[in-house]
Design a protein around this ligand. Structure first.
Ligand code: KG4
Ligand code: ZN
Length: 340
């Protein structure tokens, strides 16, 4: 018998609901909040309010698109953290009330584990292979940068991570310095395609082990741009493609240097990318080269499943459903990464 899971995601600035049948997506609706663009970043209080406005229509649309009646649902999975507490409370409270009223199990999902498990989602009539445990996963998003050895669906060992900014944050802050809109990652990616990545060199932090640091890169980029603007007020406009290509190159080089180190240290056959920054075309190309060079199988989520979405919450819920791993209405949302 099929398992139908409704997934709800509201950890940051996307309100999303999805319905899956086992691991196959039936619907995945995402309402992105435009209200933050003019502030150059997410404003927590505005995010919570927008989630409140969006949550009912988004869930309703997800059920309709999936052609599923709420009484057919096997369970409801929701993001319980990490994220903005006010935002998490909207999704988690709704999930609790709905599961309680339907008298079906409630499943809490960790947002970062869900990014990884997005690689197990299937699209209708497009079957694709899935990674085999143990695999190495680079999770790169707006709030997190993690190197994980994934031994099982919920056994993810942190072997490295950022000691300051996340990779997505580095993209977003660099974009802000260049006067580009938020979120800056996709914009930098677009400009970089027509730029020379070797035109400007930015120092990459050398942190011991498998850890990352991006705050120095951001500062050196800020000073570099500021100094050039003093000599030429049109410096950004005249060099936007090369500036984007060069900063993107530095971020990717930092990510892939540690990935190579991790590949050598672990005994994983499969290499997996996850999170919003895994949409970056330069990073996808670099990972493809790496996998070829080190004879690994590479798994990349499809572009629509890299950034925040509820299908990844639903599929994590599915694997927990199979284990009977449920929570009560007293589950408390958390804001920070949980130690693995
Ligand atoms: O996973 P995600 O949607 O949210 C978090 O959990 O943080 O990631 C959002 C991040 C943002 O920093 C955004 O700039 C970045 O992913 N991003 C990209 C690209 N698409 C999204 N960064 C670089 N290149 C892209 N194409
Ligand atoms: Zn995310």
């Amino acid at each position: 018998m099929s398992v139908y899971i409704l997934g709800i995601e509201s950890s940051c600035d996307d309100t999303s609901a999805a319905v899956i049948e086992d691991t196959t997506i039936l619907s995945n609706v995402i309402a992105s909040q435009k209200v933050h663009a003019e502030y150059g970043g997410v404003v927590p209080e505005l995010a919570s309010r927008a989630h409140q406005q969006n949550i009912i229509p988004v869930i309703d649309t997800a059920l309709k698109r999936a052609k599923i009646n709420k009484n057919q649902l096997s369970a409801i999975a929701f993001t319980n953290g990490p994220g903005l507490l006010g935002s998490l409370l909207v999704g988690s409270s709704f999930a609790k009330a709905m599961a309680y009223s339907l008298d079906i199990p409630l499943i809490q999902v960790d947002h970062l584990q869900a990014h990884v498990l997005a690689n197990f989602l299937q699209k209708k009539d497009e079957p694709k292979p899935v990674p085999a445990f143990p695999f190495l996963c680079l999770t790169v998003s707006g709030g997190h940068t993690l190197l994980l050895q994934v031994n099982d669906y919920f056994d993810m060992q942190r072997i490295g991570g950022t000691i300051d900014d996340a990779a997505g944050e580095a993209f977003d802050k660099a974009a802000k310095i260049l006067g580009l809109p938020y979120p800056g990652g996709p914009v930098i990616d677009r400009y970089a395609k027509e730029g020379d990545p070797r035109r400007f060199q930015f120092a990459i932090a050398h942190i011991p082990g498998l850890d990352y640091s991006f705050s120095g890169l951001k500062t050196s980029f800020l000073y570099f741009v500021r100094d050039h603007l003093k000599e030429n007020p049109n410096f950004i406009e005249e060099n936007i493609h090369d500036l984007c290509a060069s900063i993107q190159y530095a971020i990717i080089k930092s990510l892939t240097d540690k990935l190579v180190k991790a590949l050598k240290q672990t005994d994983c056959q499969d290499l997996v990318l996850a999170g919003g920054v895994s949409a970056n075309s330069g990073l996808r190309d670099a990972a493809t080269d790496l996998a070829r060079r080190y004879r690994k199988r590479l798994f990349l989520p499809s572009l629509d499943l890299t950034t925040d979405n509820a299908a990844m919450i639903a599929v994590s819920g599915y694997f927990k459903f199979l284990k009977g791993d449920f929570v009560g209405v007293d589950a408390v949302p958390y804001s920070s990464e949980r130690a693995k």
